[in-house]
Design a protein around this ligand. Sequence first.
Ligand code: C2E
Ligand code: MG
Ligand code: MG
Length: 609
Amino acid sequence: MPWGNAIAVTGVLRAACVKLALAVLERWGGAPGAGAAAHERRIATEVLRSMSEAVCVLDRSFDFVSVNPAFSRMTGYGESEVIGSNASLLDSAQHTSSYYVEIRDTLQHQGRWSGEMWQLRKDGEEFLCAYECSTVLDGSGEHAMYVLVLNDITEQKRAEQELRYLANFDPLTNLPNRTLLAERLSRAIVRARRQGDRIAVLFLDLDRFKDINDSLGHAAGDRILRAAARRLQDTVGPRQTVARLGGDEFTVVLEGLASAAEADDEARGIIAAFEQPLLLDDSQEIAITPSIGISIYPDNAQVPTELLKQADTAMYQAKAAGRRTYSRYTDAMDVSARQRAMVSGALRKVLDRGELRLVFQPRLHIATSRIVGVEALLRWHGPEGDIPPAEFIPLAEESGTILEIGEWVLREACLKVAKWQRLGLPDLEVSVNVSALQLLRGDFPGMVGRVLAETGLPPASLELELTESVVMSNAQQNADKLRALRDLGVSLAIDDFGTGYSSLAYLRRLPFTTLKIDKEFVDDLSQGSEDAAITTTVLAMARSLGLKVVAEGVETEAQLRFLREHRCDEIQGFWLAPPLEAAECPAFIRRWRPSAGLPSLEADLAPAG
Ligand code: C2E
Ligand code: MG
Ligand code: MG
């Protein structure tokens, strides 16, 4: 009967065969000699030969007596090479020699040993081995020999380790993930309680990472995250835990602090460390700053979840305080965080509920004293009353809701003004504000083209307003989209000019048609003031670049006079009109006469000629 073939069939069978072979060997050791024994021995030998488990037999001094072919395959040693040599031949440097001595001791005294140990192949490669060792006694009850069954479990262990790694570490940065962070933080709390010291949890978010990621691409984004992770760990040192919670959010656990002020020092240190640009793998440099929120054990909270939540809340406070800064949690923050959560929750339903509306602020052409256009401004009447755009637009941008809202604003503005044009204001233009995200995501020019076609508003009647920071956030990619918009025939305005860092020289390369000087510079336009000088220069430069200039937030006659003297093209502001409800706007424009607002200027403002 070909035992070998039968044995090789299944794993279950194989395990049974190991047992059988061992039993036979035991009897062979115990009662040698008889004819039947010789037969059994032949069977046993055959079984061992065909097994895929490596089996070896050692004598009392742990010298090899026999090995099966699987043993040779596993270790690389042929039978003739090992017979007579000591089993220490396979000892690996992964364990101390005393470890092997101990195991052999156990086997000698207890008759069995099973476990895992590293072994060395003939070619010098180490492998992890699962051992089943037992003693075979001779007739007199003396130790006759040892039978060892070996299984190479290196691959299996590696796979297990990989799984464990994936469950606990972030593969992008190799930092602990949320799971391991929670575990380490819990242990840190136990230690701090025992030692009576403090722990700081720092929640760190990279400023404007999303813009960078969107503009440079995700591969560059990944490199930035890896570089930021390294910078962070280098700054706080190898003994403190730095974890990545996902996205551009990192957490640092600082242990052994004597005071909360030490956490502030660390946060300042981290911000200072990020002043140096990050070096990406391909030697490209990028400047990015973090905003940090801090929560302290036991001052602020006692449990990991609470500490993390508070640090997160404090981080938002740091962002609100202008980014590139840190903020330590206080109870008062919780209230504003809850409010923010409520507003962003409500924002999601805002369109369905019809809580948004547009108001329209007229714009005056100074030279002809005619109202030539209106700016559409968004208003939200929420369940709790009116919420100003400066408050909810940043939240809508953060959550991405601005995409839907922005499209609604554009369609609504075009619909309204197209209607007013048909009702007797044929030349009226409308300006619509655009957020960074709208320009970045999807096919914005395509969407604008569709809305114009659907609403019937002539493209020349539409102006899109973009702030400097919107344009500069992703200059190259935006330039293409801006050109596509100009190709549609719409005008493009730089909004709030003067509040950002862009230079006119740079903006000149982009296809803008209009520049809106921010209210901040219009506020103090007394002769000789610094703002007056800036505004005069901007007006002169804009003219030389062929841009139309609109001054925003004009509230007084004096401001108007100054702007007219310096040949500003148009004004907008409370002097002329506040933003008006749609129902009042067309009537206001029709009624408007230069004299209505400011009799003393009537002669100056009357149409020339
Ligand atoms: P903006 O585009 O610069 O709009 C001008 C802001 O100045 C408006 O504030 C307007 O009401 C206000 N304003 C106009 N004249 C005067 C004045 O003489 N004195 C004073 N003190 N203020 C004046 P509002 O409506 O609160 O809007 C604030 C900002 O919110 C806007 O600034 C714009 O950046 C943004 N925004 C408004 N509607 C939208 C929208 O539909 N989409 C987007 N993305 N942003 C919008
Ligand atoms: Mg605007
Ligand atoms: Mg503005």
